[in-house]
Design a protein around this ligand. Sequence first.
Ligand code: FMN
Length: 471
Amino acid sequence: MSDQVTRYQEDVHTPTEVADPQAFPPRVVKSYPGAPRHPLPWPPERAGHRLGRLLADLGGITRSQWLTPLDMLPFTDSFEAIPDDDPLQWLVTRRPTPSGGARYSAEWYVIAGPDSEVPTGVHYYDPARHDLVRLRAGDYRAQVASRPAATVLVQTNVFWRLAAKYGEMHYRLACLEAGIQVAQALAVAGEQEATARLCFPDADLTDLLGLDPREEGVHALVELLPPTPPAVRGPSLAAFPRAHGAHAAVLAQSRPGPEPLATCAAGDGKRISLPLAAPDLRAGTLTRHAAIRGFNGDPMSPGALATVLAAYGQQARWDLPADLVEFYCVVADVTGIPSGAYRYLPDEHQLELVAEGDPRQRLREAALAALTQQGARTANLWLLPVGDAEAAEARFGARWYRVQQAAAGAALHRACLAAASIDVASRIQNDVLTHLLDQWFGLEGRKRSLLMAQLGTEHPAGLRPEFRLTW
Ligand SMILES: Cc1cc2nc3c(=O)[nH]c(=O)nc-3n(C[C@H](O)[C@H](O)[C@H](O)COP(=O)(O)O)c2cc1C
């Protein structure tokens, strides 16, 4: 079975032809005519309803933009490819998370128990109405939760929304977006002690949600444990480290973390220590957007670089090993850092030199669209998570591709959120022939770079009129 996955990874790098795009309905929100609904308070950030706010921050329709064909030109290279039925009134709605081609194929379902803020049952989150559609009435958490969670969120992907535009490549994007969605959930869950799983009984979950697995895949679970009332606390026991160590060892054994793959041996490249950084991902969710006009070419400060990289390499609270991807990046015009390709080492918070020299021409040759080529000239930082297919397959079997892509998507999204929190602009780009850079990076065996994000100072014309629909 994993042969098919390997063949998919080797063969599908760019979109493939879609014989009949009209065969795919244009709707991007599901409907369940006649099913009972449970309203969530609006606006979500005012109501003190943690779950309602979390769902809006994940999949809600929270932004709208007014675009014209001139805004689309850098993506299409010509007006020919732009539909012109009403070219001056192009209102697009957007969500808090990025989405390949803005197809918004990710969906969220809610499995609630009696301690949840919503009625016990299995629900679909309807982003258009900001309410829950009840699919089942019982308490089904025992089938899905690995912890005593009050609520379990389930992330799925409606494949055809992506397939209509990207053909075979839809599966790659669906897997990347699972990581993006989970990274967002972990960033916005606040005090609800969220943890995520990407390995679970997929077929059972698909049945529970009543999905047709050929149309919609279940990709991730997020388990939420809301806080109990605050207790009167005792004094710190830091003065008794031996007793604390003995107690902590038992706790660690009772819920062991994922074992590292340990395939990323230390290299012998020159190391650069970075300034200390404390990225605020939650703050970044308020302003993150994909830079629509690229960057202006100003230099980046080492502090900004350190903040973005600290988020890029942060270990997520999930069931995947911390080294499932390695954190490669390319740097140009960052004050005090020589231009070139590097590997970011999260534990040491250091950059390790992989290949020296101005990367802009190489990046330009790998970029397909005009906007991406512009970014090759004017961004300062290009993030390219790298995955080892052999090690991932040995650990995860046929699931290896899915979890590796998710880890890459999550790493880039964390970096984009950290960037937004310090006014650094970003754009995730899949229209890049990343394999053209792999040789330069010295990747061997089945190691590949998986996706790219460009980061830099936003082009002055980049901020399009955008309205926040909630806050
Ligand atoms: C997996 C993925 C791949 C993407 N690939 C591209 C790309 O190749 N070119 C591009 O211009 N934008 C790309 N984007 C950015 C999306 O177009 C953008 O997120 C979407 O239009 C929504 O806008 P927003 O990010 O401002 O919310 C990608 C986003 C994701 C999540």
